[in-house]
Design a protein around this ligand. Structure first.
Ligand code: OFO
Length: 168
C-alpha cells in the first residue's frame, strides 16, 4: 500500500510525463510543417515514449492499491525559432524531469518506501540516457550552425536513429 505522500508525489510526476508527451508532440508538429521530417519522426516517437513513462507510473500506483490521478495540463509552446531552439528546449525539459525524478526518489528515502525507490531506478537510468541522447543531437546542431546542407544531414540522421530505435 502506498502512503499518501508518495501517491501524491507520483501523481505529480504522472502529470509531468503527460505534459512531456504533449510538449514533444507540439515540437513534432512544428518540425513537420517547417521542413524537418526526420526531427518530426524522432519527436513523435519521443512523445509516445513519454506516454509510456506516464502509463508505467499509472500502473504502478494502481498496482500498489493507490489511485492514479490525472491533472489539468498547460498548453505546450507551438512556435519555435529554429531546430536548435527545439532541441535546446528538449534538453532543458529533460534536465527539469531529471531533477523531478531525483526529488521523488528523495521522498521515497524519507518515507522509507524502498519498493518505490527501487521502481524509480528505471526512471533514473532512463534520464541518464535521454540527457545523453539530447546533448549529442544538440552538439551536432550547434556544430553545423546555419549551414543548410548540414541541417539536412542531421534531419536525415534523426530519421535513421528513430528507425533503428527499439520498439516501445
Ligand atoms: Fe520521461 O523521460 Fe523524458 O522527460
Amino acid at each position: 500500500m502506498l502512503n499518501k505522500r508518495i501517491e501524491t508525489a507520483i501523481n505529480e510526476q504522472i502529470k509531468k510525463e503527460e505534459f512531456s508527451s504533449r510538449l514533444y508532440l507540439s515540437m513534432a508538429i512544428w518540425c513537420e510543417v517547417n521542413g524537418f521530417p526526420g526531427a518530426a519522426t524522432f519527436l513523435y516517437r519521443q512523445s509516445d515514449e513519454e506516454r509510456m513513462h506516464q502509463l508505467k507510473l499509472v500502473h504502478y500506483v494502481n498496482d500498489r492499491s493507490g489511485q492514479a490521478a490525472l491533472m489539468a495540463l498547460e498548453q505546450p509552446q507551438a512556435e519555435y525559432k529554429s531546430l536548435q531552439d527545439v532541441f535546446k528546449q528538449v534538453m532543458d525539459h529533460e534536465q527539469y524531469i531529471t531533477a523531478s525524478i531525483n526529488e521523488l526518489y528523495g521522498i521515497t528515502l524519507e518515507e522509507k518506501d524502498y519498493t518505490t525507490g527501487n521502481f524509480l531506478q528505471w526512471y533514473i537510468n532512463e534520464q541518464i540516457e535521454e540527457e545523453s541522447t539530447m546533448s549529442t543531437i544538440l552538439d551536432k546542431i550547434s556544430l553545423v550552425g546555419a549551414d543548410k546542407a548540414g541541417m539536412f544531414h542531421i534531419d536525415k540522421e534523426l530519421e535513421t536513429m528513430t528507425a533503428n530505435a527499439p520498439a516501445l
